[in-house]
Ligand binder design. Sequence first.
Ligand code: F6P
Length: 540
Amino acid sequence: MSRPTELPAWQALQAHYDEVKDTHLRDLFAADPGRGERLSAEGAGLYLDYSKHRVTDETLRLLFELAQETGVTEKRDAMLRGEKINVTEGRAVLHTALRAPRGAVVEVDGQNVVPEVHEVLGRMAAFADQIRSGEWRGHTGKPIKNIVNIGIGGSDLGPVMAYEALQHYAQRDLTLRFVSNVDGTDLVEKTRDLDPAQTLFIVSSKTFTTQETMTNAGSARAWLLAALKDDAAVARHFVAVSTNAAAVQKFGIDPAHMFGFWDWVGGRYSLDSAIGLSLMIAVGPEHFRELLAGFHDMDEHFRTAPPEKNLPMLMGLLGVWYNNFFGAASVAVLPYDQYLAFFPAYLQQLDMESNGKSVTLAGERVNYQTGPIIWGQPGTNGQHAFYQLIHQGTKLIPCDFIGFCQTLNPLPPHHDLLMANVFAQTEALAFGKTLEQVRADGVSEEIAPHRVFEGNRPTSTLLADRLTPRVLGALIALYEHKVFVQGAVWNINSFDQWGVELGKVLAGQIAPELQAGAEPELRHDSSTNALIRRYRARRG
Ligand code: F6P
C-alpha cells in the first residue's frame, strides 16, 4: 500500500460519502432510539460517546475496512514490538515502553529496555523525594523551593500541561515554573521573584543542542552565579534531562545529576520519560506512577480492544472521515476542566508535528489531506469567543468535548453548570434549531434566518469520573494512539519532524547577521534583506 486513496475501502467510502453527506443527525437519532448508548465505547476509565457523529453503521463498517486495508493493527504491533518504524531516522518508536510494568519485556535491537526505564524512574523518584522533603540543599544550605524547567516543544509542553492538570495533587509549598521561549522575557519574568539560593533548574532537552533551551540555560546559570558568586553552585542548582551525556557534561552539569532517556522516545511522546522530572517533583513519585499506569491502561486497551470498541481506533477513523471526505480542516478540543487549560496546546504539538506531513513513507507526494489543525480552549470560555463560528459559520469543525462527572473543587453550583454546558453544546451542535422552531418562538420573518441553527455539527464526548493522574495518563495515551491510527491510514511517518529544520538552519545564519558590528553582506531575498536592515537600523 502506498496511497490509501487507491484502496477499495477508500473508494467505497467516497461513494458512500456521496450518499450520506446530507443525512442529518436528527434523522439518524430519530431512526434509532438506542443510538446514544449503542454508539459508545469505554476503556481505561474513559467513556466515549460517538453517537453525535455523521456516521451510519455502513460508514463505520467501511472505516474499519479502511483500517484493515491500511494495516493499522499490523503497524501498531510493529511499533509495540520495537521495530524501527521511524524510517527516516532509523529509530524504534517505544514511548509505550516508558510505562510498561517492571516485569515486561520490550526489546530494541535484541535488548530488553524495561529494566533501564525502571532504573531511571527509581533515580528520578529518589531525587524528587530529596527535593520534596527539603533534604536536598542548595549551595548556601537552604532547601529548594522553586523548580524551573527549561525546555521547549516536547521538553516543555508535556510537563507544563500535566503540571497544570495535576495541580490538585501537587505539593503546594513548591513553586514550579516553565521557561521555553528564547525571548528573554520568559526567563526574566519567571525568575524575577525567585530566590536563587532556593531555585533548582532542570535543563530538559533530548538533544541538548536546541538553541532556545541552551540560551535560556546559559542565562539561568549567569542569573544564579550573579547571586551566589561561586561556580561550584551550579552542581547544587542545575540538573539535566537528556539523551546527550557529553553535551550535559560540557555544560557543567555533573553526570550524576543527569537523568537519561533514549532515542526511541520522540520529544512529543516524552512526558512519561525523565522529561517528566519537574512534574514528578511537584506531584510526587506515587502520583507519577499512577499517571504511567493510566498510560499503560490505554496502551493495553489500544492493543487488545476490537476496533468497534477501541477508543483510539474510533477517534482516529472518525477524524479521517471528516478530514478526507467532508474536507474538514481542523478539530477543536474543548476540555471542560480548568486544570486542562494547556491540553489543546499540548495536543497541537502531538498531532500537528506528528501528522503534518505531505509525503508517504515511500517518499511520494500524497494526493489527499493529512493531519488536521488542532485548536481549542477550556470550556466555558470558548463559548463566549469562537463557538459562534462552530454553530453558525460555514466551516465544518468536529469537536472533542472532555468532561468529568466529579469535580476536584466542589463549590456548588459550579460543576453542574459547567457540565450542563457540555451536554447543551453537543446537543445544540447536533440538532440545531430549525426555521419552523424559530418561527414557533414568535421571531419575525426578517430575523428568523439569523436565529436558525443548522445543526449536524459532529462531536465526540469523552467523560471520565474524575481527573486523577491515572485518568490523565489514559487521556494523553488516547490521543497519542489516535494520532498513530491516522498516520497509519495516511501511510506517513508520524515520528519525524523535518519540517522544523529549515527555519532552525536559517535562524542560525541570520543571528550572526543581526549581531555583526559592520554592515553584513546579505544574500537573502529582497524582503528578508530589507527586514534585516530595518531591524539593524532601529533596534537601538
Ligand atoms: O520542535 C522540534 C523539536 O525537535 C521537537 O520535536 C522537540 O520536542 C523539541 O524540538 C525540543 O527538542 P529537545 O528536547 O532536543 O531540546
